[in-house]
Design a protein around this ligand. Sequence first.
Ligand code: ATP
Ligand code: MN
Length: 448
Amino acid sequence: MPITVRGWVRTKRESKSLSFIEVSDGSTLRNLQVVIDLASAPPGLAAELTRATTGSAVEVSGELAESPGKNQPIELRASALAVVGEAPPESYPLQKKRHSYEFLREIAHLRPRTNTFGAVTRVRNALAFAIHTFFQERGFLWIHTPIITGSDAEGAGEMFQVTTLPLDNPPLAEGGIDYAQDFFGKRTSLTVSGQLEAEIYALALRDVYTFGPTFRAENSNTTRHLAEFWMVEPEMAFCDIEGNMETAEQFIKFILSRLLESCPEEMEFFDKWIQPGITATVRAVVESSFHRITYTEAVERLTRSGVAFEYPVHWGVDLQSEHEKYLTEKLFGGPVIVTDYPKEIKAFYMKMNEDDRTVRGMDVLVPRLGEIIGGSEREADHERLKGRIAELGLRESDYWWYLDLRRYGSAPHAGFGLGFERLIQYVTGMQNIRDVIPFPRAVGSADF
Ligand code: ATP
Ligand code: MN
């Protein structure tokens, strides 16, 4: 039975009387080998064949057959070939050699045609699907929190402003720009997190999650920071930090295990070409049981370790990645959840412990990466939250609705956040976060 395939030519080579074309349609890392017997080919096919160069789009018909070659189980014996779109070899930028990631970023319109970016894209899709599956199977509602925010509560500094005011000549009022004349009648920005809005919905519908883009005007040119990235933020009502830890552990194991099931070829590829041992690392997390330790205990263990850390540890400092590595790789040999951090190094909304010094925050640390998830039980008590806002010198009026949630039908609730691109970096071993999102936006670069 004849079949027709459509895709792009990866390579072409000729032997005595046969021509071989590797065709890819992006569905898998394995190309389809197309074999053309020039002796028996219909007239015109040879001419078409010369136009079928690397990168061209083709439509091939023929019979599928077992391949005598040892590199592929099957091949397509072509009886017809049409070049749908040429890719002139003198200018097509993606030739057979391995290109640098820097170069590929400059041609982000063509890089999905490479093995690496095809594999990253399929992994990204599989993880996104697994994330939705995890929550949907457990009755969580997906909440679309706003991308443009007028809330002053999200934390200043790193936000992108949204405005239609003329930047070269903005209307002025006493004390600066007159935002009353701006599009929304006030100053607005792109969101840095959907958590606070997710809390609103959790305190009405119980289990919810956000999964969408967030924005940070990070002026840091690192391999771990984007200006536009995706975040996953579940929020659960009638849930304390214990339930939060349980969900986070189940969540990580579920999505990683789905990844191993649905992308075995891609994982093999990353293991071979990008990060040797990555599959074993991911599998070990799936099969592990996460250790739990308080920040105070962790600091004690780190101090007692006798290791000369670059950043010395003492109670009150934030854990650095060398400390996180010691905990996960040396001390426990697996994922660790650290809880009950000093209030000074965590956000205002985390629930205060009885000791008045620590809060019910939790970070999930995994070997090789360190922090993969950050979360907490939220302060559900109106007076205590008000106290924290005052203590930190924040303006109560900016948090009026957030405080209101604690005045009316407040309930214990908790949640966590996962940076989606960091997760993809972790499972693929890709060094630069700009190579795990289709069109990276980072400081100084927003092409495409
Ligand atoms: P970092 O210390 O790495 O800058 P953060 O403390 O600013 O992270 P959070 O505010 O806790 O991060 O954000 C939640 C998650 O979002 C982080 O754990 C991380 O996975 C991810 N994240 C934060 N900033 C970025 C960024 N600029 N680009 C991509 N992912 C990010
Ligand atoms: Mn940051």
